[in-house]
Design a protein around this ligand. Structure first.
Ligand code: HEC
Length: 152
């Protein structure tokens, strides 16, 4: 059986190129991206906490945690006193960072209590504790906060 294969006629317009095809110089091999510095999980948590602090806490507690007329300091020697300040709503003592955490996650931000996730509160406290001179060697979690004694 004979096969009639019809070949579609394709007009090829060969455009003469006046310049010779560009010879790209062999590009030097791009080195694989270095792992970012923020691969450090502690630094990443602190960075996240800083952004959240600025967005959610700074308007009452101050840009540097120094306190404002709307909220007490959360950084520096006057931060986190053992006993509630005169006239405060707080009704617990702050012995450890976990005590501060437990109270603040239920009551803060003052204008929208308990509105963040546990991870977000942990990040904010990682940032805040770092600002208070606490050196974190691993991302902050509940057990680590329990071990940070503010007032024995
Ligand atoms: C609308 C203002 C406001 C915002 C926003 C706010 N706070 Fe507060 N915060 C206060 C006030 C007022 C107090 C004092 C409460 C009391 O009477 O015990 C306080 C107390 C605290 C305390 C206890 C300090 C102490 O000395 O007793 C912590 C910790 C705290 N806030 C953390 C936070 C964090 C973290 C955020 C952001 C997620 C935040 N706050 C956002 C107003 C605010």
């Amino acid at each position: 059986m004979k096969l009639h294969v019809s070949v579609p006629f394709t007009a090829l317009f060969l455009v003469a190129c006046s310049s010779s095809p560009k010879q790209e110089p062999a590009s030097p091999a791009t080195p694989a991206a270095e792992p970012a510095a923020s691969a450090d999980p502690v630094a990443a948590q602190i960075e996240q906490g800083k952004e959240l602090y600025v967005a959610k806490c700074a308007k009452c507690h101050g840009d540097a945690g120094q306190g404002t007329k709307d909220g007490p300091p959360v950084v520096g020697k006057d931060a986190f006193p053992l006993d509630p300040r005169p006239g405060a709503k707080r009704d617990v003592q702050f012995h450890t960072a976990a005590d501060v955490f437990a109270w603040a996650t239920k009551t803060m931000p003052g204008d929208d209590p308990a509105s963040l996730t546990t991870e977000q509160y942990l990040a904010i406290f990682a940032f805040d504790l770092t600002a208070n001179g606490v050196k974190l060697t691993a991302p902050l979690d509940g057990a680590a906060a329990q071990a940070i004694v503010l007032h024995p």
